[in-house]
Design a protein. Structure first.
Length: 224
């Protein structure tokens, strides 16, 4: 699939992360549900906790895409806890911070799987032509600061000129403001809009969002 991505006729490459470059470790989500349940002393079966977690993960992703803002990670936790009949008045912010840290540790232990074939070689090819790369990702449970750690651990940080994450900008794809941030941060201000290629798996957030803004776009379809 990557051979269809036109490197020659584009000067800057913007990449989505989830289901474009990476996917979750097959055990991570189940481990996170176990951690969530034990940390907050949830009295429901793990299967029910998993169902509620997935429901609010999907819902908040949809809200972000429709409204173009960003539902905070801690807000997602509280929605889940409320649905699981945990008294929110008993929850302190420092507990949410502590849980996020444990969740990050788990995420970096059960790290995502790179699904973009020969990714380092492909990034090498782009950089060797003197062209630039950014990451542009909507976030939910996993914040941008954690994704930076993962990418550094995978020796991918060296290729990336800048990162943009929805939790850091309070703005999500396909909001044109987030694509404007890409344009603003490209060092070469002479690059024409159509020479900027955004690559992602989501037809609305990635492909239509980028095209509507004026970028070129490539819809990536992996056989997962």
């Amino acid at each position: 699939m990557k051979t269809e991505i036109d490197i020659q006729n584009h000067d800057h490459f913007s990449f989505d992360l989830w289901l474009t470059l990476i996917k979750s470790h097959p055990e991570f989500k189940a481990k996170r549900v176990e951690l969530f349940s034990s940390f907050f002393d949830v009295k429901k079966p793990l299967s029910e906790v998993a169902k509620v977690v997935k429901y609010y993960d999907d819902l908040c992703n949809s809200i972000n895409e429709v409204i173009g803002g960003n539902v905070d990670t801690f807000e997602i936790y509280l929605l889940i806890l409320n649905a699981l009949e945990i008294d929110l008045k008993s929850i302190q912010k420092n507990e949410l911070v502590e849980f996020y840290q444990k969740s990050e540790d788990l995420f970096l232990e059960y790290k995502p799987v790179i699904i973009f074939e020969n990714l380092h070689d492909f990034f090498d090819e782009i950089k060797n032509q003197g062209k630039t790369i950014n990451i542009l990702s909507n976030t939910g449970f996993i914040k941008g600061k954690t994704m930076r750690k993962f990418l550094a651990n995978e020796n991918l940080e060296q290729y990336i000129d800048f990162h943009l994450y929805s939790d850091e900008l309070n703005c999500s794809k396909p909001n044109p403001l987030i694509f404007q941030q890409v344009k603003n941060q490209i060092a070469n201000k002479e690059i024409k809009m159509e020479k900027i290629l955004h690559i992602g798996d989501n037809p609305i957030a990635d492909y239509k969002g980028a095209r509507d803004f004026g970028f070129s776009a490539f819809l990536l379809k992996h056989k997962l």
